[in-house]
Design a protein around this ligand. Sequence first.
Ligand SMILES: [Fe+2]
Ligand SMILES: [Fe+2]
Length: 272
Amino acid sequence: MQTPASIAVVPRDLHFRLEPARDANWLGGDPVATAVFNALSLTFPEGERLFIDAVRKFRSHAQGRLVDDVRAFIAQEAIHSREHAALNSGLDRSHYPIEWIEGCVRKRIGFIRRLGPMRMLGVTIALEHFTAMLAEAFDADPDLWRHTDEELVRLWRWHAMEETEHKAVAYDVFRAATRDWSAARRYLFRTRVMALVSVHFSMNITRYAAALLEADGVGHWKARWQVARFLFVRPGLFRRLGPRYREWFRPGFHPWQHDNRAKLEEWRREFA
Ligand SMILES: [Fe+2]
Ligand SMILES: [Fe+2]
C-alpha cells in the first residue's frame, strides 16, 4: 500500500482570529468539551515541534515525491504550532494552570527526545495516527461544534484537513528509514510504541483537562470523571476511535488503507 498519487500535501499559511477562545466555555458553551480541546491545543506546539524534528532527522531516506511531502509536512506542522500557540497564549493564565500543563508537556517531550531519533519517529507516527483519527471524529460530530464561534470552528477544521492530508508522511518516512528491518521487527516496534503512547496520551489529556475544570471549581475526582466520561462514554470522543485505532495493529497497516479522500476533497473546497 502506498500513499495515493492524488494526495499532494499543501501548506496553507492561514491566520485565525482567536480572541473568542478567551471565553471560558468557547466550545459550544460546554465546559468539559472546552477543557478537553484546550488540553489538546496545549500539547500541540511542543508535540508538533517533536514531529518536525523526528521527520527531519530521517528525511535523507525519502525519495521521489516523499521529499516534497516531507517539506510540506514540516511547513504544515510549523503553522499549526504557531496558531495553537497563539490560541494557548490567549487562555486566562491567571485563572487556569496553563503554565503547569505546558511544563508537564515540555517534560514529557524532553523525555521522548532523549530516547533518540528512532523512538522520536515511533512516537510521531503513533500520534499522527491519533491526530488523523481525531480529525475525522471532530468532523463526524457536528453537535459538538454547534454554538461555537465560526473562526474557532475554522481553525479546528483546517487543522483536521491538513492532518488528514499528511497522515501518511511520517509513516512513509518511517518505512523508508527502516527499509532494512524485517517486517516482524518493524511491526513489534510500532505496536509497542502505540501501546505506550495510547496509555500516556489518554492519561495526560485527562489529567490536563481535569486540571482546567478544577480551576473552575469542580472537585478533583468529579473533574476526572467528567473528562473520562466525555472521552470514553458520551460523546465518547476517544471511544469512537476504536475500530480505526485497531487497524494500526494489523500487519501491513498503512494510513491510506482507510481511504477518506472524498472527505479531504470536501475540506479542500472549503479552504480553496
Ligand atoms: Fe498538526
Ligand atoms: Fe500532523
